[in-house]
Design a protein around this ligand. Structure first.
Ligand code: ATP
Ligand code: MG
Length: 558
């Protein structure tokens, strides 16, 4: 075993692992990430992935992906593929040596799991029950023993074999563990281990008509894979005695896995469960699982959030045993913090309004120097063209501004970023009174190096040269929900933010023609942007990943 990394975060799970290695209970660490392939992964899964793969990485161990595919009805190959692509993206370059390539499947263990079931029945610790599913629930709730509980071992083995052979219809029989019908913990009241379901399975086809239940499959899959620490979310705490019982009842030789629970990630301004996310997709509130407003990994990725920002978020929120609600701002902060360091700055205008510089020659074009990233001098500078006609953002001009408005107004002055000071002389309007064009005068000496270069004006705004601008579609996103806890009460869908997407036709500085899909750009004063896969040769489509500042905090103060 290699030594744990020095920069390992500290939490109660890692403390347990250190202890288990010290005591010799385990010689190495093996974890797993066990998604059920019935939907796309979300940011909660990212927490689990960061934890499981992170631990394997820190302790020189292994983490494998296991498709928890015991339910033939709900699982689809599309989901297996999306899960693999999301996990690979999230851990790429960080923990991929531990991935071991292909995912493992619970369904690959169906033979083995069945042998264990036969073994359990042979030990007199499982029985075939004829109660209906409803009766079984009812009897368990009321701590009542089934009349079939005391069948002989021979009869149980015979019936189990015939269940497997397909002799009985769906729901006619189950295999149940024989534990304790009066146990205070309902999970120990003879839980169902196998049910009959005549349905094809995405991985095993028609081979099986009985399928193992979660606890049986999960516990024994962990054992089969040699998992040392089986990390799951808090709702499984009540299952833990059953987990231990299964390993013990079969007298499985050590080392045995140990289940440890931690609090799932809950986040404000979103819903998290796959069951709810799938409704947003099916009912067309969003364009798909990878809609950039979704907190699916695919959505966050398309939105432009990097794997490293997501991992750093997952690491920083920490691991605890107590349910909690994390702030969306924490994620946004992780993104802004990283992007401020890595994103190249560019000029772009989202809602263009034309500016004509009356004292600039018609066809004169000047190349100005612009800084690529003030946080990273090594990225240098680039040239941006400047001419007689420009675009500025509509938001940067007001005809009747309030006091302290330091952008452009009639008669007012403003500095153009990396460029000159201009003064607005005339406001042109169409017949319905909309501003169509601003006529401005330029102070030629106000450029860097010029006679009045150091003259101060209060505002600086961004711009692009009209003759050189690239047209692009830009998608501006806001939170998908209006309230911090959309599923606290009522229908979560009634809290959807109707303004979560705005599409604008923007003007970009010409260097962005060469933009690359895996790069992040800061459009100065507007936020961080990334190219969307909808882009074509002829027309770019951009997503705003996030604004520069938290506009929600400002709104909340008001
Ligand atoms: P959901 O309830 O959102 O549909 P799930 O728990 O059914 O999710 P699984 O595919 O069964 O989804 O989860 C795979 C792994 O991810 C499990 O180990 C589960 O505990 C973990 N996980 C799921 N949701 C979260 C979350 N919000 N925070 C942390 N871990 C999570
Ligand atoms: Mg689940």
């Amino acid at each position: 075993m290699t030594e744990p990394a020095d920069n390992r975060p500290s939490d109660f799970i890692r403390d347990i692992i250190v202890e288990d290695l010290k005591s010799g209970k385990h010689k190495s660490v093996r974890t797993r990430f066990p998604p059920e392939p019935n939907g796309y992964l979300h940011i909660g899964h990212a927490k689990s992935i960061a934890l499981n793969f992170g631990i394997a990485k820190e302790f020189g161990g292994v983490c494998n992906i296991r498709m928890d595919d015991t339910n033939p009805a709900k699982e689809e190959t599309e989901y297996v593929e999306s899960i693999m692509s999301d996990v690979r993206w999230l851990i790429d370059g960080w923990a991929d040596t531990h991935l071991g390539g292909a995912p493992l499947y619970t369904s690959d263990y169906f033979d083995k799991l069945y042998e264990y079931a036969v073994d359990l029945a042979r030990r007199g610790k499982a029985y075939v029950d004829d109660l209906s599913p409803e009766q079984t629930d009812e009897f368990r709730r009321t701590a009542k023993e089934s009349p079939f509980r005391n069948r002989s071992v021979e009869e149980n083995l015979d019936l189990l074999g015939r269940m497997k052979a397909g002799e009985f219809p769906d729901g006619a029989k189950t295999l149940r563990a024989k534990i304790d019908m009066s146990a205070p913990n309902i999970w120990l009241r003879d839980p169902v281990l196998y049910r009959i379901k005549h349905a094809a399975h995405h991985h095993t086809g028609d081979k099986w008509c009985i399928y193992p239940m979660y606890d049986w499959a999960h516990t024994l899959s962990d054992y089969i894979e040699g998992i040392t620490h089986s990390l799951c979310t808090l709702e499984f705490e009540v299952h833990r005695p059953l987990y231990a019982w299964i390993l013990e009842a079969l007298e499985l030789p050590p080392p045995r896995p140990r289940q440890i629970e931690f609090a799932r990630l809950n986040l404000t301004y979103t819903v998290m469960s796959k069951r709810k996310l799938i409704q947003l997709v099916n009912e067309k509130f969003v364009s798909g699982w990878d809609d950039p407003r979704m907190i699916t990994i695919a959505g966050l990725r398309r939105r432009g959030i990097t794997a490293s920002a997501l991992r750093s978020f997952a690491y920083n929120i920490g691991i605890t045993k107590y349910p909690s609600l994390n702030e969306m701002e924490t994620l946004e902060h992780a993104v802004r913090e990283e992007f401020n360091r890595i994103a190249q700055r560019r000029l772009a205008v989202l809602r263009p309004i034309k500016v004509v510089l009356t004292n600039w020659p018609n066809d004169k074009v000047e190349e100005l120097d612009a800084i690529n990233n003030p946080e990273d001098a090594s990225t240098g500078t680039r040239k941006i063209p400047f001419g007689r006609e420009l675009f500025i953002d509509r938001d940067d001009f007001m005809e009747n501004p309030p006091p302290k408005y330091f952008r452009l107004k009639p008669g007012g002055e403003v500095r153009l970023k990396y460029s000159y000071i201009i003064q607005c002389e005339e406001v042109m309007k169409d017949s319905s009174g909309n501003v169509t064009e601003l006529r401005c005068k330029i102070d030629i000496d106000s450029k860097s190096g010029g006679a009045t270069a150091n003259r101060k004006v209060k505002g600086t705004i961004h711009w692009v040269s009209a003759a050189h601008a690239v047209d692009a579609e830009v998608r501006l996103y806001d939170r998908l929900f209006k309230v911090p806890e959309p599923d606290a009460d009522g229908d979560f869908k009634s809290f959807i933010n109707p303004d979560s997407l705005e599409v604008v036709n923007a003007k970009l500085e010409p260097s962005l023609k060469e933009a690359r899909p895996n790069e992040r750009y800061q459009f100065e004063r507007l936020g961080y942007f990334v190219l969307d896969p909808d882009s074509t040769q002829d027309r770019q489509v951009w997503n705003r990943t996030i604004t520069l500042r938290d506009t929600w905090a400002k709104a909340a103060k008001k």
